[in-house]
Design a binder for this molecule. Sequence first.
Ligand SMILES: *Cc1c(COP(=O)(O)O)cnc(C)c1O
Length: 348
Amino acid sequence: MNGARLEIDLAAFRENVRILSQLVRPATTMLAVKANAYGHGMLPMARAALEAGADSLAVLEVPAALALREAGISAPILAWLHGVDTDFAAAVRTKVDLGISTLQELEAVIAASSDGVPGRVHLKIDTGLHRNGARPEDWPALVAAAVSAERVGTISIVGLWSHLADASPEDDAEALEKFLAAVEVARSLGCTAGLLHLAASSAGIREPEARLGMVRFGIAAYGISPFDDESGAQLGLTPVMSMRAPILGLAGGIATIGLGSADGIQIPAIGAAEVAIRGTRFTIASLDIDSLTVDVSDSAIEVGEEVTVFGSGAAGEATAEQWAVWGATVGDEIVARAGDRLPRIYLG
Ligand SMILES: *Cc1c(COP(=O)(O)O)cnc(C)c1O
C-alpha cells in the first residue's frame, strides 16, 4: 500500500468520554457509534467508550446493534431507525433497546416479544425536528398502546425521548417544553418509564436543563465541537482521528501524496486547504481521485516524509474543524467520509 491511513487515538477518545460524562453527571452518558462511529470504526470505539465510563451506546439500525451484541458487548444499546425488514425478534432476544415512533413499530415489537421476553422500548415524540418521532396528535394513542402492552408483559417502556434540532438555544428551549408536556401526557396515561432523554452533544454541553436523565453524545466525543463559535480544543476535547500519508514522489519541488478525493478529501477550490509536513503548512496545489500534490520547493523535505491532512492540531496540522470551514461543511462530514478504503490504525 502507499502508507495512507487513518490514525485513531483511543486514549484521546476515552478522555473525551470521561470529560463529557463528568460534565453531565448525574445524567448518564449514551455514546453514539452510529455511521461506523462517525468513520472511526464502530467496535473499537464502542469498547473504548464503555471502558471510559459511557453507560450505553446508540446506533441507527438494529443490524449494527446485533453486530455489537455478537462482539460480546452487553451494555444497553439503542437503535431507532427501522425498516420493513427490521428483525425485531433478534433485537428483543438480545435485549436491544428500540426507539419507537409509530403504532406499527410498537405492534411489530409486541409481536416479536411473544416468547415471553418483553421488548425494551423508548417511545419517541417529535418536538419539532420532524425526523421521526410521534407527532403530538399521535402521541396519546402510542403511549396508551404501550402502557397496555407493558401491563401484559409484552414490552417494557424503558424511556421517553426526543431529538433536538440544535438550531438555536430558543428552539431547543421550546422543544424541551414540548417534550416535558408530552411526558406529562404519558404520565397521565399511566406511563411510569423512568428514563427521559433529549440532548445530544450541543445541548448536553451548553443546556444543563436539557440533560434530563441521559445525554446522547456523538460528535463531541470524537473531539469535534458541535458549535461554530467554540472549538473542540476550547471545550477541552481532543480530536481523535488523524489522516496521514508519506510523500510518494518529488519532482521539480512538487510532492505527491497518495490521498485524494476518493479518501474523502473535498475542497471547494485549489488553494483553499493546507496539509502539514514537519509542522509547516503547505497549500494543496492539485487534487485527484487518488492523489494530491503540494509545492515544497525551497524546503529540504524529502520523499517518505509524513504528511498530515488533519489531526489533533497539536503539531501544526489543521483539524477536521478547520477542514469543515474550508469545505463549507461540518466536522462530522470530514471524519465520516474519510473513506472506508483507508486502514484505521488504533493507538493508545
Ligand atoms: C446522531 C445522534 C446523536 C448524537 O448527536 P451529536 O450531535 O453527534 O452529538 C444523538 N441522538 C440521536 C437521535 C442522533 O441521531
